[in-house]
Design a protein around this ligand. Structure first.
Ligand code: HEC
Ligand code: HEC
Ligand code: HEC
Ligand code: HEC
Ligand code: HEC
Ligand code: HEC
Ligand code: HEC
Ligand code: HEC
Ligand code: HEC
Ligand code: HEC
Length: 313
C-alpha cells in the first residue's frame, strides 16, 4: 500500500469515526480508526488484540465487527491525528472511572446469564472494573484459568489468601477447586456472591451426599454449612470453625451430668445405649462425634435403639 492510499483509507475511516463516534462508548458499534492505524505505534497491543478472542475477524459480535480498538477505547481519530497526545480511555486504569471503563464491556456482555446480576453486585458497587480482573491484551487471561485465577483475586483479597493457606482448606491453590466454583464474581442472588441462590446449594454442587434426604435432619446443616464450616480454610480438621465440643456447645448445652463421674468417683460408667443421654460421662461426652457420628443427618430406621433422631448412626 502506498502512503497516499494509506492516507485515503485512514481519512475515510477517520471520517466515519467522527460521524458514528457520536454514538460513543457503551455502544457495541463504536467506530474509529481500525487496528491498521495503530500498529506503527502500538505493535504489541495490536498483536495481542489480533491473537485474542476479541480480535477474531469471524466473530461478528466481537470488536472486529464493531470498530475494532474503538469498541473498548473509543474513537481514536484525534489521538491518531495528534500522534498520541490526546488521551484515550484505558479500561481498568486507576484514573478511568469504573462505570466508564465497564460501559463498553457491558454493551457486548450484558445479555449473557452469568452477568445478569452485575448491576448492584458488590464488585460493581465498589467500583471494580471488568478490566481489573480481565486482561484482554495479555497472552492469557489469568481470571479464566483455575490455576491462575487466585493471583487475580488475592491482589485485593489478602484475608482469603491467608485462610486458604491454613492446614485444613479447599485445594484452591492446586487448581482443583476455584474461587469461581463457589462465587460468581459478576453478581448473584445468593449471599456474598455465592454462585447459587444459597450457600448450601453452592456446596451441594460437589458434596451432593450432604443434601440427603435424611430420615433425621440436623437443622443447621440444611440452613447453612457455614454454621460449622468456614469454606476457605481453618486450623481445625474438616474445615471446622471450632473444635468439638465447643463447636456443638455454641448451640447445645453440654450433656452428661453425673457429677460423681466427673470427680472420678462414679463406677456406673454407662454407655450411650445403656444409659441414654444422662449416662454420658462429661469427659467422654466432650467427643460429641464419637457418638453422634451422623452429624449431617441420620438414617437410622429404628425408632428406639438407639434413639433414632439423635444421629448416632
Ligand atoms: C475488548 C476491549 C479492547 C479492545 C478491542 C482493545 N483494547 Fe486496548 N486495552 C483494553 C484494556 C482493558 C486495556 C488495559 C490493560 C489490559 O487489560 O491489558 C487496554 C490497554 C491498551 C493499551 C495500553 C494502555 C496503557 O496505558 O498501558 C494500548 C496502547 C491499547 N490498549 C491499544 C489497543 C489497540 C491499538 C487496539 C486495537 C488493535 C486495542 N487496544 C483493542 C481493552 C481493549
Ligand atoms: C503516532 C503514534 C500513535 C498512533 C498512530 C496511535 N497511538 Fe496510541 N498512543 C501513542 C502515544 C505516544 C501514547 C502515550 C503512551 C504513553 O504515555 O505511554 C499512546 C497511548 C495510547 C493509549 C493509552 C491511553 C492513554 O491515553 O494513555 C491507548 C489506549 C492508545 N494509545 C490507543 C491507540 C489506538 C486504538 C490507536 C489506533 C486507532 C492508536 N493509539 C494510535 C501514540 C500513538
Ligand atoms: C464489541 C463487542 C465486545 C466488547 C466491546 C467486549 N467484548 Fe468481550 N467478547 C466479545 C465476544 C463476541 C467474545 C467471544 C465469546 C462469545 O462469543 O461470547 C468475547 C469474549 C470475552 C471473554 C472470554 C474470553 C475467552 O477466552 O473465553 C472475556 C473474559 C471478555 N470477552 C471480557 C471483555 C471485557 C473485560 C471487555 C471490556 C474491556 C470486553 N470483553 C469487551 C465481545 C465483546
Ligand atoms: C472480580 C473479578 C472479575 C470482574 C470484576 C469481572 N470478571 Fe469476568 N470473570 C472473572 C472470572 C474469575 C471468570 C471465570 C469464571 C467464571 O466464568 O465465573 C470470568 C469470566 C468472564 C467471561 C468468560 C466467559 C464465561 O462466561 O465464563 C466473560 C465474558 C466475562 N467474565 C466478562 C466480564 C465483564 C463484561 C465484566 C464487567 C462487567 C467482568 N467480567 C468483570 C472475574 C471477573
Ligand atoms: C480490584 C480489586 C478486586 C479484585 C481483583 C477482586 N475483588 Fe472481590 N471484592 C473487592 C472489593 C472492594 C469488595 C468489597 C468488600 C471488601 O472490601 O472486601 C469485594 C468483595 C468480594 C466478595 C464478597 C462479596 C460480598 O457481597 O460481600 C467476594 C466473594 C469476592 N470479592 C470475590 C472475589 C473473587 C473470587 C475474585 C477473583 C476472581 C475477586 N473478588 C477479585 C475487590 C476486588
Ligand atoms: C468452597 C467454596 C468457596 C471457595 C472455593 C471460595 N469461597 Fe469465598 N466464600 C464462600 C462462602 C460460602 C462465603 C460466605 C461465607 C459467609 O457466609 O460468611 C464466602 C465468602 C467470601 C468473601 C466474603 C468474606 C466476608 O467475610 O465478607 C470473600 C471476599 C471471598 N469469599 C473470596 C474468595 C476468594 C478470593 C476465593 C478464591 C481464592 C474464594 N472466596 C473461594 C465459599 C467459597
Ligand atoms: C467445586 C467442587 C466443590 C465445591 C463447590 C465445594 N467443595 Fe468442599 N471439597 C471439594 C474438594 C475437591 C475437597 C477435597 C477433598 C479431598 O481432599 O479429598 C473438599 C473438601 C471439603 C471438606 C473436607 C475438608 C477435609 O479436610 O476433609 C469440607 C468440610 C468441605 N469441602 C465443605 C464444603 C462447603 C461447606 C462447601 C460450600 C461452601 C463446599 N465444600 C463446596 C470440592 C468442593
Ligand atoms: C452442625 C455442624 C455442621 C454443619 C452445619 C455442617 N457440617 Fe460438615 N462436618 C461437620 C463435622 C463435625 C464434620 C467432621 C466429621 C468427622 O470428623 O467425622 C464435618 C465434615 C464434613 C465433610 C468432610 C467429611 C465428610 O463427611 O465427607 C464435608 C465434605 C462436609 N462436612 C460438608 C458439609 C456441607 C456441604 C454442609 C452443608 C450442607 C455441612 N458440612 C454442614 C459439621 C457440620
Ligand atoms: C448452629 C447451631 C447448631 C450447631 C453448631 C449444632 N447444632 Fe445440633 N441442632 C441444632 C438445632 C437447631 C437442632 C434441632 C432442634 C433441637 O431439637 O434441638 C439440633 C439438633 C441436634 C440433635 C438432635 C436433638 C433432638 O432432640 O432431636 C443432636 C444429637 C445434635 N443436634 C448434635 C449436635 C452436635 C454433635 C453438634 C456438633 C458437631 C451440633 N449438634 C452442632 C443446632 C445446632
Ligand atoms: C457417649 C456417647 C455420647 C456422646 C459422647 C455425646 N452424646 Fe449426645 N447423646 C447421646 C445419646 C445416647 C443421646 C440420646 C439420649 C436420650 O435418649 O435421652 C444423646 C442426645 C443428645 C442430644 C439430644 C437431647 C438434648 O439434650 O436435647 C443432643 C442435643 C446431644 N446429645 C448433643 C451432644 C453434644 C453437643 C455432645 C458433645 C458435647 C454430645 N451430645 C456427646 C450420646 C452421646
Amino acid at each position: 500500500m502506498t502512503i497516499s492510499m494509506r492516507f485515503k483509507l485512514f481519512a475515510a475511516t477517520a471520517f466515519g469515526g467522527l460521524v458514528l463516534g457520536l454514538a460513543g462508548l457503551g455502544n457495541a458499534v463504536a467506530a474509529g480508526p481500525g487496528a491498521d492505524a495503530c500498529v506503527k505505534c502500538h505493535e504489541d497491543e495490536v498483536a495481542s488484540y489480533t491473537k485474542s478472542i476479541h480480535g477474531q475477524k469471524g466473530n461478528i459480535r466481537g470488536p472486529a465487527g464493531a470498530g475494532e480498538c474503538a469498541s473498548c477505547h473509543g474513537d481514536a481519530t484525534e489521538h491518531v491525528a495528534k500522534r498520541g497526545k490526546t488521551p484515550l480511555l484505558t479500561p481498568g486504569k486507576k484514573t478511568a472511572p469504573a462505570d466508564q471503563s465497564n460501559a463498553a464491556c457491558i454493551s457486548c456482555h450484558k445479555s449473557d446469564s452469568k452477568r445478569a446480576h452485575w448491576e448492584g453486585s458488590t464488585h460493581q458497587a465498589r467500583d471494580v472494573a471488568c478490566a481489573n480482573c480481565h486482561n484482554v491484551h495479555g497472552a492469557k487471561d489469568k481470571a479464566l484459568a483455575k490455576i491462575t485465577q487466585t493471583d487475580v483475586c488475592f491482589a485485593c483479597h489478602k484475608a482469603q489468601r491467608a485462610e486458604l493457606n491454613r492446614p485444613s482448606r479447599h485445594p484452591v491453590q492446586e487448581g482443583k477447586v476455584a474461587c469461581s466454583d463457589c462465587h460468581n464474581v459478576h453478581g448473584s442472588v445468593g449471599p456474598k456472591l455465592v454462585k447459587k441462590d444459597s450457600t448450601v446449594e453452592t456446596c451441594y454442587q460437589c458434596h451432593a451426599e450432604k443434601r440427603g434426604p435424611f430420615v433425621h435432619n440436623h437443622e443447621p446443616v440444611q440452613e447453612d454449612c457455614g454454621n460449622c464450616h468456614s469454606p476457605h480454610g481453618t486450623v481445625v480438621d474438616s474445615l471446622l470453625k471450632m473444635r468439638q465440643p465447643m463447636l456443638c456447645h455454641g448451640c447445645h448445652t453440654p450433656h452428661g451430668g453425673a457429677v460423681l463421674q466427673v470427680a472420678g468417683q462414679g463406677n456406673n460408667l454407662r454407655t450411650a445405649t445403656s444409659g441414654g443421654k444422662d449416662g454420658v460421662n462429661i469427659t467422654q461426652g466432650r467427643g460429641c462425634l464419637n457418638c453422634h457420628t451422623q452429624v449431617h443427618g441420620g438414617n437410622n430406621p429404628n425408632a428406639t435403639n438407639p434413639p433414632a433422631q439423635f444421629m448416632l448412626r
